[in-house]
Every structure is written in structure tokens, then in C-alpha cells.
Design a protein around this ligand. Structure first.
Ligand SMILES: [Ca+2]
Length: 416
């Protein structure tokens, strides 16, 4: 199932954008919105291959140095696809080499992120983010596993971060299991594991520094707080950034190594944000004094007496909040995962941030200035319209995509 996409189809579509956050609150003004710019049109030939199909809600992908592809399915668990196409179920529900009795699947939660240790060749460590009944009440956790040389099974389970906030009951705002975050990525720059979490539809959670929801966590391979997190005084030292809604992707900019969070918005904004250790993302869905919100959660209404929508980055409440690089104000396209394209084979796209959308069913490419602000953006044309869940650049330099429709794609740039 391979086909070349014609050169003409791969031109980038012009889109509108503003480069800086516009303060939706009507309070303090953020940086001035820039004139929209258009990503310079350039034609890159891509080859789109459907590598796998028929999966059940594939959620994340990760590659080992020797070319095996690990993938998760939300309600089944972790599997591996070897270079010769052999697929083995490793860890999860019945039928896996190792059954995880505590794993459960509910709403947006289940077996989510997967990551490969930077020293995998020596230690064979893998990591998954999963909903577990071992916590009371149930919660998300990060589990480390050792995979054997033959990619047949896993062993030596060690749960390195437990008690990551989980929504255990349905509310007016959505089902149980909502807003769990779930991405795992090791930074190639600092070697630490970054874990993204979500706000669980709980108003106080993102700004609560004693709990792990609505955060980006940064830990070592044993789950201990990384050095340099700069967590505000009194907070859980594993917290790298806080004040997030539901971070679905984290990507590390080539050369600088700076982490960027890609965050699912509440109906009016998705956001991409360059992160700073100890930074506040500015999401605070708890009601202000005199404001009432169902379930004490103002994420879809207003947390302000003047009725303005709760801002993804509330510069009125938090003037020092981290500024987003990109915000699609007028649309919530359901931002998913993101990754920087890297390598000369990507031609003009080298160094751009690829962002996947769920409801938007597309990949957007962002061009950033040296400070990390988006100066131009455009959608990749010519791809099938599917909800895109995971974006990973493989060790072969190609872009791999997992879709909610159950497919894994390989997208490669071909020479002109
Ligand atoms: Ca924000």
C-alpha cells in the first residue's frame, strides 16, 4: 500500500495565524498579535505508506536502535513490530506475553505513551503510561519494563511514577477517564523522561503543585525528580511545568533541545508552548470569587466575573505565564502529538514542528523563529483525512503517524 503523492498536492496550504497569544480575557494585554504570514510554499515529494492497519486505537509509537517499532493500543496494551513485519503482543490484556491485570481502559485513558530508554542497547528499558487499578482510587502511572533480546516478552516491571491524577467519575463535562495527558518522551538533550498529564476536568488541579495532573513531569529513569526542574517552593519536585490543560505531545527542538508542549484546547484554542523549567502554562479553570461553574470546573465556560472564556494562557491571573508559540484561536481542532522534523532529507521542512490534529484530521507544520515563536504555518496536503494520534520521527528519518482509524503510516521525503 504505497503511493507517491504528486508534487503539486504537496504544496503547503496557506493558513492564517497569529504569532502570539491574544489575551482572550479582555484583561491585561498580551504581546501584540502579528500580521499573519504564510509558510513559504515549497514542494516536497512525499511517499505515504500504510505500514499497519486494523489496530485498535493505536496511541503511541517508539523505535529501538535496531529498528523494532513499539506501539500501544489504548485498550489492549503494548506490542512490538519487528523489522520483518512480525508483531508480538508484549504487555497488556489477555493474549499478551505478560498480562497486566491492573490495566484498564476508560474514556480517553488506558495504555497511552511508550518510550525507549536512551541507553536501551545496554539496559533494554521501555516505559509505558497506563491507567492502573493498583492505585486506590484508580490512577495513571508510568511503568518501566525490560524487554528480552528476542523481543518476545518483558520482565522486571517497576512502577516508577504512580498516582498520576485520573478522572474516576463522569461529570457534566465528560466521561470518566477524560484529560489524562499520557505522552512519554526522553529528551535527547538532557536524557530525562518527560511525562505529560491532564486536568481531569478538575478546576484546581492544574495550579495545584502537590498533585501531578495538568503538568509536565521530568524525571530520571527511576522516576526520581530530575535536577533543574525549578519547581516552585513546596511543590512536588517532579513537576517541570504546571498550569496545563491536557498535554498530548512533547517535542524537543533540534540544536537547542528546548521542550515544546502541544496541548488540546477547550473549544476555542489549542496551544503549542515552548517550556521553561518551573513555568506556569496559565491554565486555571477554577472559578474566581463570585463565579459559579458546574462541578467547580470552568474549563468550558468562564472563570471570570466578566464572562470572558477561560483562557488557555491567562495573562490576567498569571502575567509571568509561559507564552505560547502558536494558538489557533478560532478553532479547536483537537491538537494531538507533535514532533520536530529533523534532517537535511526534509529539505525546507527541516527544523519545523509537525503537529497532529484529531478532529482536524491533518498535520500542521509550524516554522519557528529562534526564540520559539511561530512565524508561519501550513497544513500538509495530500494525506488521508484521519484523526492523527501520534507523530514520531523514526530512526530512518521518516515520519510515522498513528491514527485513531487503526493505521500506522510511514511518510518519507523523497529527493527532488
Ligand atoms: Ca497555556
Amino acid at each position: 500500500m504505497k503511493r507517491a503523492i504528486s508534487t503539486g498536492m504537496m504544496t503547503l496550504l496557506a493558513v492564517f495565524l497569529t504569532a502570539f497569544v491574544v489575551d482572550c480575557s479582555g484583561g491585561e494585554k498580551g504581546p501584540t498579535a502579528s500580521a499573519e504570514k504564510i509558510l513559504p510554499g515549497n514542494e516536497i515529494r512525499l511517499t505515504h505508506t500504510v505500514l499497519m492497519a486494523g489496530l485498535q486505537n493505536p496511541w503511541d509509537l517508539a523505535f529501538t536502535p535496531d529498528g523494532a517499532m513499539l506501539f500501544t493500543e489504548k485498550c489492549r496494551g503494548l506490542s512490538v513490530r519487528l523489522a520483518d513485519g512480525t508483531v508480538r503482543r508484549l504487555f497488556g490484556t489477555r493474549g499478551s506475553a505478560v498480562v497486566a491485570d491492573d490495566l484498564f481502559c476508560q474514556g480517553q485513558s488506558g495504555m497511552c505513551g511508550v518510550a525507549v530508554d536512551p541507553d536501551f542497547a545496554d539496559n533494554r528499558f521501555l516505559y509505558v503510561y497506563m491507567a492502573s487499578r493498583l492505585d486506590k482510587p484508580s490512577a495513571n502511572r508510568v511503568v518501566r519494563l525490560v524487554i528480552d533480546e528476542g523481543y518476545a516478552t518483558v520482565s522486571d516491571r517497576r512502577d516508577i511514577v504512580t498516582g498520576i491524577s485520573f478522572k474516576n467519575s463522569a461529570t457534566l463535562w465528560g466521561r470518566a477517564g477524560a484529560h489524562s495527558g499520557g505522552r512519554l518522551e526522553f529528551s535527547p538533550a538532557d536524557g530525562f523522561l518527560y511525562i505529560t498529564t491532564g486536568d481531569n476536568h478538575e478546576g484546581p488541579l492544574p495550579q495545584d503543585l502537590s498533585r501531578l495532573g495538568g503538568k509536565v513531569l521530568r524525571v530520571d529513569r527511576h522516576g526520581q525528580a530530575a535536577s533543574g526542574n525549578n519547581t516552585p517552593s513546596g511543590g512536588d519536585r517532579r513537576i517541570f511545568t504546571y498550569g496545563h490543560r491536557n498535554v498530548q505531545g512533547i517535542a524537543f527542538r533540534p540544536v537547542t533541545g528546548r521542550p515544546f508542549a502541544c496541548e488540546h484546547g477547550p473549544g476555542h484554542s489549542d496551544e503549542v508552548t515552548p517550556l521553561t523549567a518551573g513555568g506556569n502554562g496559565g491554565w486555571d479553570p477554577q472559578p474566581a470569587s463570585g463565579v459559579s461553574c458546574a462541578g467547580n470546573y470552568c474549563g468550558y465556560t468562564s472563570n471570570r466575573p466578566d464572562g470572558a472564556p477561560t483562557a488557555m494562557t491567562d495573562l490576567a491571573r498569571f502575567p509571568d505565564a509561559m507564552r505560547p508559540s502558536w494558538n489557533n484561536h478560532g478553532e479547536s481542532a483537537g491538537m494531538g502529538d507533535c514532533v520536530f522534523l529533523s534532517g537535511a532529507h526534509w529539505q525546507a521542512w527541516d527544523g519545523r514542528l509537525a503537529v497532529a490534529f484529531l478532529r482536524g484530521s491533518r498535520i500542521e507544520l509550524l516554522q519557528l523563529d529562534p526564540s520559539g515563536m511561530t512565524v508561519a504555518a501550513g497544513a500538509v496536503a495530500g494525506l488521508p483525512s484521519q484523526r492523527m494520534r501520534s507523530l514520531v520521527q523514526g530512526r530512518d528519518g521518516a515520519l510515522y503517524v498513528a491514527t485513531d482509524g487503526g493505521e500506522v503510516w510511514r511518510i518519507a521525503a523523497t529527493s527532488r
